[in-house]
Design a protein around this ligand. Structure first.
Ligand SMILES: [Cu+2]
Length: 151
């Protein structure tokens, strides 16, 4: 371990009161993608979060320089009607994962400051309830995409 890494680690431990490191340090993000819709319509962002820590962590939202507002939503279907509701946080269990996917949890990206088109990469800063953050690159996919491969 290089000295710089060690000092960062020690600083992190001190900030966390010595109990455990920040939530984001234990989370790995993969399959991060955005489904872009025409014009200024809100876009859904999806990602798989894996937590290798011994404590559950919770996603509280995200920030973006490209979108003016980002909200954590959950889609559900009742009586054949699809609806979305706002969610305060989404838990990622210890040694488990949480999946944000179409028809379920997603980040709702509102008011793009510049057009985002399929093939673009957009960086979102995922935020956790302990205040830690994880910068993640999301690939923009077309409106008819079902997953991160674009199919
Ligand atoms: Cu939504």
């Amino acid at each position: 371990m290089k000295p710089s890494r060690l000092s960062l680690l020690l600083a992190g431990l001190l900030l966390a009161g010595g109990a455990h490191a920040a939530a984001a340090d234990h989370v790995r993000a993969s399959h991060a993608w955005i489904r872009v819709l025409p014009g200024a319509l809100p876009a859904g962002a999806y990602v798989t979060l894996e937590n290798d820590g011994d404590q559950p962590v919770a996603l509280s939202g995200a920030d973006s320089t490209v979108y003016a507002d980002v909200m954590l939503h959950r889609s559900s279907t009742a009586g054949g009607m699809s609806r979305m509701s706002m969610v305060d946080s989404l838990e990622v269990p210890a040694h488990g994962k949480a999946v944000l996917a179409p028809a379920g949890y997603h980040l709702m990206l509102m008011q793009p400051k510049a057009p985002v088109k399929a093939g673009d990469t957009v960086r979102l800063t995922l935020k956790f309830t302990d205040g830690s953050t994880l910068a993640t690159d999301f690939v923009a996919r077309p409106a008819n995409a079902l997953d991160d491969t674009g199919h």
